[in-house]
Design a protein around this ligand. Structure first.
Ligand code: G3H
Ligand code: 13P
Ligand code: ZN
Length: 330
């Protein structure tokens, strides 16, 4: 199977009402851990790379490592998605590289820090949609801003999505999927206590735009057991709360179909490597500790594929090609 466009993965998820995890990757072990989980539970998957990931891997490594994942897993629908694209140029580069989906985060200016106006967001998102659809590539937009700052990305200011604006935004831009701000934030420090997310925003947008799959960023659950492993083996992370699985499942029922997860994978790898070195102080073969990290990613992702309901859906459909996809966007 070739890479699949994200729109097909999300439309199928909408039909059968499950969520699909979009997992951030920066290296081979993350990709292999994710793919081991997808293969085992037979789940479609969205593999996403941030601008930071593209810089870290000098772009070509991501392209070819994901191509290897496709070759190794011919039965699994895989979309390769640009996470938080900041400009038309970045999206063009990702499309030229072979990404089947891009996010233009027009909620922030090109500096990825300063919030934009509604009109500025419409303008840049529309330009990316017009460009990407010529190649059959899917586009995710964002309206409203999340809290939290990752790698210098994010304003740190929360502005929840206005459902009326979201409906206008979808119409004006022709975007294929929309990320909503409902109170989540990026990173490991999301909430001090059990969070209450603005689920009513999801329902209101879904009522106005039933055909558009919605996206939830900042969806790591920050499981206490992952923080415990890190701290038990010399780390020092504060215990906070992430997004509970039950909240994600409720969001999926209401219309969220893409669930972005980066932090939980990072925590899993860090804990596994710390534990490995504490227990094997004389080991220095990178395959041993990276192997342990890869298994930790696999376990976390496998659980999410089951919890989000995507497990068992890999063979529900055959992929449409990028050529066919050009007709598919309307
Ligand atoms: O949304 C941000 C993702 O967690 C990616 O983070 O920019 O540090 O790669 P990064
Ligand atoms: P987390 O930091 O909660 O994993 O969110 C990742 C994300 O939204 C990537 O776009
Ligand atoms: Zn995000």
């Amino acid at each position: 199977m070739a890479l699949v466009i994200m729109k097909q993965i999300l439309d199928e998820a909408t039909k059968s009402n499950y969520g699909v995890g979009a997992f951030n990757v920066n290296n081979m072990e993350q990709i292999q851990g994710i793919m081991k989980a997808a293969k085992e539970v037979q789940s479609p998957v969205i593999v996403q790379a941030s601008r930071g990931a593209l810089k870290y891997t000098s772009m070509y490594y991501i392209k070819h490592m994901v191509a290897a994942a496709v070759e190794d897993n011919p039965d699994i629908p895989i979309a390769l998605h640009l996470d938080h694209g900041n400009s038309l140029q970045t999206c063009r580069e990702a499309i030229a590289l072979g990404f089947t989906s891009v996010m233009i985060d027009g909620s922030l200016k090109e500096d990825s820090k300063t919030p934009t106006t509604f009109d500025e967001n419409v303008e840049i998102t529309k330009a990316v949609v017009e460009y990407a659809h010529r190649f059959g590539v899917t586009v995710e937009g964002e309206l409203g801003t999340l809290g939290g700052i990752e790698d210098g990305v994010g304003s740190g200011v929360v502005k929840l999505t206005d459902p009326g604006e979201a409906a206008r935004f979808i119409k004006l831009t022709g975007v294929d999927a929309l990320a909503l701000a409902i109170g989540t934030s990026h990173g490991a420090y999301k909430f001090k206590a059990q969070p209450t997310l603005a689920m009513d925003i999801i329902s209101a947008v879904k009522a106005k735009c039933p055909a558009t799959p919605l996206v939830m960023h900042g969806s790591s659950s920050v499981p206490p057991e992952l923080i415990d492993i890190i701290n038990e083996y010399g780390g020092r992370l504060e215990h906070t709360m992430g997004v509970p699985i039950s909240a994600i499942q409720e969001a999926i029922k209401l219309g969220v179909k893409k669930i972005n997860v980066d932090t939980d994978g990072r925590l899993a790898m860090t804990g596994a490597i710390r534990k490995f070195f504490a227990e094997n102080p004389s080991e220095f073969d990178p395959r041993t500790y990276f192997g342990a990290a890869r298994e930790a990613v696999y376990r976390v992702v496998r659980g999410k594929m089951i919890d989000y309901g995507s497990a068992g859906h890999a063979r529900d459909y055959g992929p449409i090609s990028l050529e066919e996809a050009k007709m598919y966007y309307c």
